[in-house]
Design a protein around this ligand. Sequence first.
Ligand code: ATP
Ligand code: MG
Length: 363
Amino acid sequence: EGSGGALYKIGVMEGDGIGPEVVKASIEVLRALERKLGILLFTFIPLPIGLSAFEKMGSTCPDKAMKILADCDGAVLGPVSTHAYQPDRNMPNPSARIRKQFDLYANLRPVRSIPGYSKFPDVDLLIVRENTEGMYADRNLFSGNGEWMIDADTVLSVRVVTRHASERVGRMAFQMARERNGKKHVAVIHKANVLRKGCGLFLEECRKVKESFADIQLDDFHIDAFAMQLILQPETYDVIVTTNMFGDILSDEAAGLVGGLGIAPGLNAGDSFAVAQATHGSAPSIAGQNLANPIAEILSAKMLLHWLGITHHDGSLTEAASILDQAVWGVLADGQVRTPDLGGCSTTQDMTDAIVSRIFATN
Ligand code: ATP
Ligand code: MG
């Protein structure tokens, strides 16, 4: 470890739909960063998951791949078409399994306006989504998969909120608010007026964490009122922390304010492992046509570099992350190269090439 020679093992999981295209673009960009800095930083380890893994190896999430992943320093994960998976046919959701196996308890999803393009010009916020429980708790732990038909016309569904998970995701949010050069503000989003116990406990834990962050302000909002506030005054918010499903929904809403899912990155983070994964799904309707915007996955990879740089105290990685960040935002602000989701007619490869050129143009 240290600068000038550490080789980080990065698991590369392409996933389904547009996954292979956007993951390949991310790896191309990471290779360009190595050339720019004149050092080798990464060993990329391809790991089969998703529908192609099911065809070749009989599982969407082969145990062998998970074993090799455990020996990596981090990973880049493409989207998976889970709607096409049948859980009874050895087709588990790799994304859910990885989050669980590596205890990646926080999903960090930053949202930023593109200068001169986004409808809302001054958005710069970070959604911290609880990533292990809530409405998306591991249903295998419950009989009936966590959903019970109690009579012919009634279903009960499980939602899990624990003190431990609420505390650690709350802490992550406050740490991020401190690290960001933002408004030093955390908004806790809940529905404690109705879900008194679960959301009540989540809010209580966030308030306790706040006691050790005197420099950060905390406000809390009901999810319904906040969904509206986010559209009326998105520039007011800095860090937003919330339970799993509310975070899922708010991330898409927030992405929509600035330009959509094509530029919405994410990092699944725990205490000792992290996996880059864009907010978007596998977008099967545009898969394999060189049309997908690779920026969401590329910025996710950037978040992974930054996270690795901080956790390994390695300045070359944080520098690489910062060069990549400048390159992407330079290309976006420039507006010459834009994929169809951003109203342009450039391809996935055009966008990747533009970012690579920009990497070499930054000093
Ligand atoms: P899934 O079932 O895997 O979630 P989906 O069709 O819902 O697949 P999403 O990725 O969730 O796909 O996104 C919905 C729509 O947003 C896509 O159909 C696509 O038009 C658009 N979209 C998402 N990601 C991108 C991207 N990276 N580039 C361009 N368009 C995208
Ligand atoms: Mg989707």
